[in-house]
Design a protein around this ligand. Sequence first.
Ligand code: DAH
Length: 354
Amino acid sequence: MADVPARLEGIRAEAEAAIANAGTAAELEELRVLYTGRRAELTQTLRSIGELAPDQRGPVGKAANVVKQALEAKLAKRSEALEGYELERGLAEDTVDVTLPGDPPRPAGHLHLVTQTRREMEDIFVGLGFKVVEGPEVEFDYYNFTALNHPPDHPARMLQDTFYLSEEVLLRTHTSPMQVRSMEAQEPPIYIVVPGRVYRRDSDATHTPMFHQLEGLAIDEDITLADLRGVLLSFARAMFGPEREVRLRSGYFPFTEPSVEVDVSCFACEARGYLADGSRCGLCKGTAWIEILGAGMVDPNVLGFVTDSGYDPERVQGFAFGMGIDRIAMLKHGVPDLRLMFENDIRFLEQFGS
Ligand code: DAH
């Protein structure tokens, strides 16, 4: 036992060398346990001092404590140094190379073609003094048919055309029911357009079970068919170009009298019917005209349903029109199939970025 202090010196030398070489905080922690932990020889020595011969206790205890303090000091110093290195290394590794190219820009979305077209149409009519209102898509048979002067056996009421939810409730087949709803809610004069979804049991390249319409209604004193023509001509020119003309052909709708079908002069062939290479124009099929909507003078029978709201057919009259928003978009952008509008294939949609 006489050489315990020398042995302790050996441990100290070995430990100090190892501590000086520790490269990471984890390595240093292992050394702390190995040389100063519970099972370390140094710790064991200090614990068993009482078992030594009395004259040994002083020198061995002193030597062991000196070594213990020395090692603790070295461990603390090395730990501090390592923290410094690790911080430096972290800073070096984390530097941002500002000369690298950035991430590619994220593609920006845009409004759907139908929404763009609806807004464009609304803007045109707002510019002409109309107000935009919307109404329910789940509608009463009363507003969709009865108050619009449809006789009980009108074909549009039949099950194959209309989605009925019950005998009296249906998915509206057009935006026209908002004519009567709006007149019930407001005395004349009234100038409104009504965009929205409508539903019919129909499906092919030009029909889908859901599509969009924009309805127009103007009721005032002294309104004539010429006012209707003027409004639609302004619309056609704003939508399809300043050179356009409109043509009114006689038609039939239960809620207008007289009723008209309205054509716009073809903008693909400048209303010639044939293209520059002499071939027949595909858009107007060689006719120089394209049908865009139905319209007419509001039938006095319709006003008869809202006489209590101030629509006395002896005093006021007006016009109404209805057109397909999707159809207008198809014509304007040359979309060949209505179903493309609702399949939401991104390759189709992104051709109409604004
Ligand atoms: N509601 C008709 C349809 O869906 C379109 C229409 C025609 C609306 C004439 C009108 C109108 O307001 O006057 O086929």
